[in-house]
Design a protein around this ligand. Structure first.
Ligand code: DHB
Ligand code: FE
Length: 285
């Protein structure tokens, strides 16, 4: 059967993608950030999954105010990098896994989560920047990726608790797939940032780090964080962090308290553009 063996969490700042694409990663501003992902790139090579289930948010790129799915699963055979105004990023196209994605859609909908099924979708920096951070600049991404888009842009956005519960349903779905596949689940976006208004540029190191501590040891408490706390403490775009709870909910210690997870890597850096960059790699031990 298929199994989730690890989860990865990372911010997705678009300027990080631009720094990679324009060859600026060794500039003084960027060098400390990319240093924090050196371990991660090696870990990806040493622990190459068969499939990545990548939870991210679309930034009014594939979707718009015309149509706002709360949870959307990409079931296509491939997904092209989106043009977000400066041409598409020069990164490989994303190869999907239609069979596993369809199975997960079926199982998760049967578990009472209403997913939108997406058979054609361009993917924006929310998905491609985490891939670049974890994989560098390969000619092709190392494995198929199932994009899973969450609405964190237009209220009402899903609660952290619902995201955490959804992660548990995704784990069950993966474990009911017949083929032996090693699946990683990624939760992306965050950490503290606010891109507009009087508090633009807000970064809250203390809150971010306390939230990272709690995500490792007691994610059920993180799941109870109300939206207003993210907005007040981590800025209006800090609410992207609910996506991390989907990945965390899919880890084995949530399903069975006798089992545990181990922290393979933890990194925090401020600022990247207007955002605090947080990163974790957790393995089912
Ligand atoms: C920035 C961060 C984001 O998460 C995003 O989607 C767009 C911009 C930023 O810090 O510049
Ligand atoms: Fe964002």
């Amino acid at each position: 059967m298929a199994r989730i063996t690890a989860s990865v969490y990372t911010s997705h700042v678009p300027a990080i993608g631009a720094a990679i694409d324009l060859g600026k990663t060794q500039e003084p501003y960027w060098q400390p950030l990319f240093k924090g992902y050196e371990f991660s790139k090696q870990w990806m090579k040493d622990n190459k999954p068969d499939v990545i289930f990548l939870v991210y948010n679309d930034h009014a790129t594939a979707f718009s105010l015309d149509m706002i799915p709360t949870f959307a699963i990409g079931t296509a055979a491939e997904f092209t990098p989106a043009d977000e105004g400066f041409g598409p990023r020069p990164v490989p196209k994303v190869i999907g896994h239609p069979d596993l994605a369809s199975h997960i859609a079926h199982s998760v909908i049967q578990q009472d989560f209403d997913l939108t099924i997406v058979n054609k979708m361009a993917v924006d920096h929310g998905l491609t920047v985490p891939l670049s951070l974890m994989c560098g600049e390969p000619a092709a991404w190392p494995c198929p990726v199932i994009p899973f888009a969450v609405n964190v842009v237009q209220y009402p956005v899903p609660s952290g608790q619902r995201c955490f519960n959804l992660g548990q349903a995704i784990r069950k779905a993966v474990e009911s797939y017949d083929e032996d596949l090693n699946v990683h689940i990624w939760g992306t976006g965050g950490m503290s940032h606010q891109l507009q208004g009087a508090r633009a540029g807000l970064i809250n190191r203390e809150w971010d780090n306390a939230w990272l501590d709690q995500m490792i040891t007691n994610p059920a408490i993180c799941a109870q964080t109300p939206h207003i706390d993210y907005v007040r403490e981590a800025g209006s775009e800090g609410v992207e962090l609910v996506m991390w709870l989907i990945a965390r909910g899919a880890m084995q210690d949530v399903a069975d308290s006798a089992r545990s997870v181990s922290v393979r890597h933890r990194f925090y850096h401020v600022p990247a553009s207007n955002t605090a960059v947080g990163h974790l790699i957790l393995e089912n031990s």
